[in-house]
Design a protein around this ligand. Structure first.
Ligand code: SER
Length: 316
């Protein structure tokens, strides 16, 4: 891994991943791409270019021009937005991935790393400690594209020898770039409203458990997986777990630091999506194969989140 292409670089995970990659591999060796306008931060950390993942020729051109040997494919439409426009979710998530894999195959890119999600599971999977191998019957288009994407990664690995790697992320909580269009976005909203002293109406009911992970752990996980020796990987796609949290538990943690924070619960169509997902996932495979272990628990995350968001809003 020397010359890296990142798609979806302006997104919640992409924007922080690029900063880490830029630090490790050098700004000139990280080609960050998106259809959005990049932040100054992103431009400082990487070489930024406009790229729509639905344009296979542009992907190929960048791969050839910059001698790319690894692709972090992060561009995707998340679950809630995907239910509002399932065709767009199918196109961006499925065709985007196929385009990336095809370029990887034809231009001999060594490695493709792309996230999957807890959304790959559906209501018939075990709710607690959901294993790596179990029923994959998602009820969202986002989940459908994640399951099909996982199968595509496996196919390109077996048939063409592309070193494809993926991890099933839980909901990701972060302070840097707001998530957009996800069912787990409420968790980030809770922190932002607490800091800006605004009451929050949470669109997921208070006792709904979901798996979550703090961004530094999400970045650690994807980089560890990307760097793992090929011989250590017994599968292409790994569950990664960190915390099992309900909205009420996150609110209680925030109130330790901001006692006056007010939150009400007004579940909407996203409740059914949350109800179809696991509460916690079993990540023994990742722990055993490449040493995965999260660093942050709920209160450590809350302290860090509040500090970072305060910094952004310059509230003392
Ligand atoms: N965080 C994502 C979502 O809510 C799940 O992968 O859609």
């Amino acid at each position: 891994m020397n010359k890296i292409l990142v798609t979806g670089a302006c997104g919640q995970i992409g924007s922080e991943l690029v900063v880490h990659l830029g630090r490790e591999f050098g700004r000139e060796n990280v080609i960050a791409t998106d259809i959005e306008k990049p932040s100054q931060h992103l431009k400082t950390a990487s070489t930024f270019m406009y790229l729509n993942v639905l344009d296979p020729h542009m992907i190929a051109k960048i791969v050839v021009d910059y001698e790319i040997d690894a692709i972090f494919h992060m561009a995707a439409i998340l679950s809630a937005r995907g239910e509002r426009d399932p065709q767009a979710a199918y196109e961006v998530n499925m065709q985007g991935l196929v385009n990336v894999l095809e370029v990887a195959r034809r231009k001999k890119v060594d490695k493709v790393i792309t996230p999957s999600s807890i959304a790959a599971f559906g209501p018939d999977a075990p709710k607690e400690n959901t294993p790596d191998n179990t029923a994959l019957n998602p009820t969202t288009m986002y989940g459908v594209t994640k399951v099909a994407g996982e199968k595509m990664l496996q196919y390109y690995y077996l048939k063409y020898g592309v070193d494809t790697r993926s991890l099933r992320y839980p909901g990701i909580i972060s302070a840097e770039t707001a998530p957009g269009g996800g069912t787990t976005d409420f968790a980030v909203d809770l922190y932002i409203h607490a800091v800006t002293r605004e009451p929050y109406a949470c669109f997921i009911s208070e006792n709904t458990p979901l798996p979550f992970m703090y961004m530094p752990d999400a970045i650690k996980a994807i980089l560890q997986l990307a760097h793992a020796e090929p011989g250590r990987l017994s599968r292409r796609v790994y569950n990664v777990n960190a915390m099992r949290l309900t909205p009420a538990e996150i609110v209680a943690s925030i109130r330790k630091y901001i006692p006056g924070f007010r939150c009400t619960y007004q579940p909407d169509f996203r409740q059914a999506i949350a109800d179809s997902w696991p509460h916690s996932i079993d990540d023994r495979g990742a722990r055993e194969d490449w040493g995965w272990k999260p660093d942050f628990d709920l209160d450590a995350m809350t302290r860090d989140m509040l500090e970072k968001i305060r910094g952004k809003f310059t509230i003392l």
